[in-house]
Design a protein around this ligand. Structure first.
Ligand code: ADP
Length: 491
């Protein structure tokens, strides 16, 4: 086991020496230099082996030739079992070549007994090396801990974008199990599979490698999670000094990106809404203002037969303004307190027939057919709000259908309570908009092509009312063309 150790206060020296006088001389030399140490002198293989463990030395000084044992074998044992302990030969005879061989095999140094003055500098150098190595190891351990425990996903890439090692954060981000080995993962496979991001990634990787990578590059890209999801990430890549490897870190910004997209869309929608709403309000005001000016102008003689038309136009304009204000107030109330319901038991068929009959006359020119497929009987609803839902759907069917085309309502006892469908032969709603038309301010036509009155609030309010009843509303394409708006309310 490798342990890190700092320079000990009192050095523990294991001396392998069969000649007590030589062992004494060695120790004296060290004492002379003021080194504080304890020594254990051994002469046999068994003692050496045993003390290597029990005495736990910081340094080994070994003779080369011993009766029944030898320094080379001792060195091999020490190198195999305790490679961190410096091993210095202190020997009377050793040819140059042999000395070099021992150094190659792992000995730290050798000192000839006849030149014992070299012993202390050799010991000091060996211990300094040990200290330096252990400091380096500690620093590496610290960096590894930082690498492993940082919340940021990080990996080291070799030149052709193979992941050499990845931290827990990286594995977590991409869906690999903590203990799973990763060296074979090719990073290009986890960048958006073959998409344009791979080119992006390659470009940045080349830049990092070619520019020496002193400064990291930052870029946005996308990676594919193991489960197939695409993640938006902020990447930074820098070169590891002295290598062709680079370190890559990724921060998952998928949620932020989505949120940013939503905010942008909302802002755009709000802008569209303001354009549409100001247009919607200006139009009836222009009508009213025009006629009041005309009526107030004493010089203009208004023919008697025009008065009913003028009255009807002004009345329509005022109704339109009232409707706009009511919608806006409804939305503001819903956003504030939700939909409050005043529930009563009602006969479903009666409500449907009443709405279709159109007492207010706004759809007077349109015949609405009611078909009762099966009578659902009574239902608990807020009567006024339920009527609002039906009327809103019928108004839309009327508004978006060509003149003369039929609108019908079907009523049936559905599995979840009464199921009511409002069917038209209008232009229908593209699939991508079928859910969105129930969102606040949403209109299929954009603000520039706004051709029908309305502010994209009707279906939003309708859905809130149906939801408050615990029901469901959706839109389907109608067979043969047109739309089918269906809703069901639990009994
Ligand atoms: P608006 O007041 O703009 O009509 P709604 O919320 O009632 O707002 O409807 C949202 C959008 O859904 C409309 O702008 C229109 O594009 C589309 N839409 C609603 N009903 C129909 C329908 N019956 N046929 C075709 N499009 C419709």
């Amino acid at each position: 086991m490798i342990t890190s150790r700092t320079m000990p206060e009192e050095l523990r020296i294991l001396i392998l020496e069969d000649n007590p006088a030589d062992a004494e001389l060695t120790q004296r030399e060290l004492e002379k230099a003021g080194l504080s140490f304890v020594a254990s002198v051994v002469a046999t293989r068994w003692e050496f082996h045993q003390q290597l463990d029990a005495f736990d030395p910081d340094l080994i000084l070994s003779d080369y030739k011993l009766p029944g044992f030898d320094g080379i074998s001792a060195m091999r044992i020490a190198v195999a079992e305790r490679p961190e302990i410096p091993f210095i030969f202190v020997t009377g005879e050793m040819g140059e070549e042999r000395a070099i061989d021992t150094l190659k095999e792992g000995a730290t140094d050798y000192v000839l007994k006849q030149r014992l003055a070299r012993l202390v500098p050799a010991v000091e150098r060996a211990l300094a090396e040990v200290e330096e190595k252990s400091q380096r190891r500690r620093a590496e351990e610290n960096y590894r801990t930082v690498f492993e425990t940082t919340g940021t996903a990080m990996c080291v890439l070799v030149e052709d974008s193979v992941v050499l090692s990845a931290n827990q954060g990286f594995k977590r981000l991409l869906g690999y199990a903590a203990g799973e080995p990763e060296p074979e993962v090719r990073f290009k496979q986890v960048v958006s599979r073959g998409g344009p991001e791979v080119e992006d990634f390659d470009r940045y990787h080349r830049k990092v490698l070619s520019e020496g990578g002193r400064d990291p590059v930052f870029f946005e890209t996308r990676v594919v999670h193991r489960d197939g999801r695409t993640l938006d990430v902020l990447a930074s890549m820098g070169r590891l000094p002295g290598t062709r490897n680079s370190v890559l870190s990724l921060i998952d910004v998928t949620r932020e990106k989505k949120y940013e997209g939503e905010l942008k869309e909302r802002a755009e929608r709000l802008r569209d809404f303001l354009t549409v709403a100001s247009h919607e309000i200006r139009h009836p005001i222009t009508v009213i203002k025009g006629y009041t000016e005309m009526l107030g102008d004493g010089d203009i003689k208004i023919p008697e037969d025009m008065v009913p038309d003028i009255y009807a136009s002004m009345n329509d304009a005022a109704d339109r303004l009232t409707r706009i204000v009511t919608e806006l107030m409804d939305v503001s109330r819903i956003e504030d307190t939700g939909v409050e319901l005043d529930m009563t038991s009602c006969e479903t068929k009666e409500l449907v027939l009443e709405a279709a009959a159109d007492e207010h006359g706004a759809r007077a020119a349109r015949h609405v057919e009611v078909e009762v497929l099966s009578d659902p009987g009574q239902v608990m609803v807020d009567r006024a709000r339920f009527m609002f839902v039906l009327e809103q759907l019928l108004d839309n069917a009327d508004k978006y259908s060509p003149e003369g085309s039929p609108v019908s309502v079907t009523l049936e006892a559905g599995p979840d309570g009464p199921l009511i469908s409002v069917l038209d032969r209008g232009p229908g709603i593209p699939e991508s908009d079928r859910e969105r038309v129930f969102e606040r301010f949403y209109q299929v036509e954009d603000a520039l092509h706004h051709s029908k009155p309305g502010m994209g609030l009707g279906l939003y309010i309708v859905r809130q009312v149906v939801d408050a009843h615990g029901g469901r509303i959706w839109c389907e394409p109608r067979e043969g063309g047109g739309s089918a708006f269906r809703f069901s309310i639990p009994k």
